[in-house]
Design a protein around this ligand. Structure first.
Ligand SMILES: [Zn+2]
Length: 83
């Protein structure tokens, strides 16, 4: 009986070990930088998101307002910077 319990413990221990390994492996391969994305603001060098020099908000380049070689999130910020 004792041997059976030890075998059972090892059996489920091994299954749990492999389950944990596979789970973490799939999480890493499917979402490689999920944690980093939530902590670090969008990168400027990607050319997709830029930081507004007035209010500091990140916005897509396409929606930005260009003026004097700078990109602003809105016309309001552009006018604020000009004053
Ligand atoms: Zn702004």
């Amino acid at each position: 009986m004792v041997k059976f319990l030890i075998f059972l413990g090892l059996f489920f221990g091994t299954i749990y070990f492999f389950y944990y390994k596979i789970k973490t492996f799939f999480e890493k391969s499917l979402f490689p930088h999920e944690e980093k994305k939530s902590n670090i603001p969008p990168k400027v060098n990607k050319g997709e998101m830029v930081k507004c020099p007035v209010c500091g908000t990140y916005f897509p380049v396409e929606t930005g307002v260009k003026a004097k070689g700078k990109l602003y999130c809105s016309k309001e910020c552009m006018e604020k910077d000009g004053q």
